[in-house]
Design a protein around this ligand. Structure first.
Ligand code: SF4
Length: 288
C-alpha cells in the first residue's frame, strides 16, 4: 500500500501519487503514459487523470505495480481495473499485469489456445488474476525466458498443475518439469518454438509463437528513445558477446511482435522487424 507521507515531491498535486518505494520498472509509464513519467530514478505523476479512460488506465497501473508504490489520496474503486487483466494485446495473446517485485516488475503474457493456454514468465499470484485466468481456461504450460522472471511460479504451478519449461543452464533451484538443452531451437508443440539465446543469462530462451509473436524476456526489447530494438548491455550478466551472437541467430526467424519482460513492446511488419533487428545487431557490435 503506497504511503502518501512518502510520496515524491515531483508528483503533481491531486489524487494519484507515487511513493519512494518505486523501483523504476517502467510499467506504469507503459500502461498510463499520459499520467506517469520518469523522473531520474523513479516514476511520478505528471498529469492527474481527468477522464474516465485516464482514471481507468491509472488504476490499471496501480494494480500492475509490483511494489504497491502507486496510491490515491481518496479511495477509488479499482475493481474494474483489477479485472482488466489479462489485457488483450493482439489475437489470443494477453498481457498479465500484476507484476511481481521478485522479477523486478517483469511483464508476463498469456496465450489462450484450444490445446491449452500457455503462460510466458510469471506474474504475481493475485487472486483476481488467477480467477480471470481460470475463466479463460487456466494454464496448461508455463514457459520461462530465464531464471530471473519466475516470480510466483511455485504457487501458479501448484494451483494450475501446469508443467514448467526452462533451459537447463538457468534451472538451478527451480523445479521445472521440462529442461531445454543446448542452443538448437526446440518445438514445444506445433505453434511454439523455444529458441535458446545465451547472453543476458546463460540459459536465456525466447519463445516464438506462430511465427508472429516473439516473447523475448530480457534478451530484446523496443526503445522509444532510440526508436528501435535494443538489448541491455549493463545487465548482460552472462556475456554481451554471446548475446550479440544469439541476436544474429534470430535473423533466421520471422516475427512481428516483440513482447519483452523489461522494456517496451514493439509491433511492426516482418520486414520492418527484420531490419530493426539488423540495426540492433550493428549497434551491439559497436557496443563492445
Ligand atoms: S509500476 Fe510501480 S515500481 Fe514500476 S515504475 Fe511505476 S510506480 Fe515504479
Amino acid at each position: 500500500m503506497a504511503n502518501p507521507n512518502r510520496a515524491y515531491a515531483d508528483n503533481v498535486s491531486g489524487n494519484f501519487f507515487v511513493d519512494d518505494t518505486c523501483i523504476d520498472c517502467d510499467l506504469c509509464r507503459q500502461i498510463a503514459p499520459s499520467v506517469f513519467k520518469e523522473e531520474s530514478d523513479h516514476s511520478a505523476v505528471y498529469h492527474q487523470p481527468d477522464s474516465v479512460t485516464e482514471n481507468h488506465r491509472a488504476a490499471m497501473a496501480l494494480v500492475a505495480c509490483p511494489t504497491g508504490s502507486i496510491g490515491t489520496r481518496r479511495k477509488v474503486d479499482s475493481r474494474t481495473a483489477a479485472a482488466s487483466y489479462p489485457e488483450l494485446i493482439d489475437e489470443n495473446v494477453y498481457f498479465c499485469g500484476y507484476a511481481s517485485p521478485n522479477s523486478y516488475g517483469a511483464s508476463s503474457y498469456l496465450i489462450t489456445r484450444p490445446e491449452g493456454n500457455a503462460l510466458i514468465d510469471s506474474p504475481r499470484f493475485a487472486r483476481t488474476l488467477v480467477r480471470r485466468i481460470e475463466e479463460m481456461g487456466g494454464i496448461s504450460l508455463m514457459l520461462f525466458s530465464h531464471r530471473d522472471d519466475v516470480a510466483d511460479h511455485e504457487k501458479i504451478h501448484e494451483h494450475f498443475g501446469c508443467p514448467r519449461v526452462i533451459h537447463q543452464a538457468d534451472a538451478r533451484g527451480i523445479n521445472a518439469e521440462q529442461l531445454l538443452e543446448g542452443e538448437e531451437p526446440t518445438a514445444l508443440d506445433k505453434d511454439i518454438l523455444a529458441i535458446p539465446v545465451p547472453g543476458h543469462t546463460r540459459g536465456h530462451v525466447v519463445y516464438l509463437y506462430r511465427n508472429k509473436f516473439l516473447f523475448t524476456g530480457d534478451h530484446l526489447a523496443w526503445s522509444d528513445n532510440r526508436r528501435g530494438l535494443i538489448a541491455f548491455r549493463d545487465v548482460a550478466w552472462y556475456s554481451w558477446r554471446e548475446q550479440t551472437r544469439s541476436m544474429k541467430r534470430l535473423l533466421d526467424f520471422p516475427f512481428e511482435w516483440v513482447l519483452p519482460g523489461h522494456g517496451r513492446r514493439a509491433h511492426q511488419s516482418q520486414d520492418a522487424m527484420h531490419q530493426s533487428l539488423i540495426n540492433c545487431i550493428e549497434w551491439m557490435e559497436r557496443t563492445k
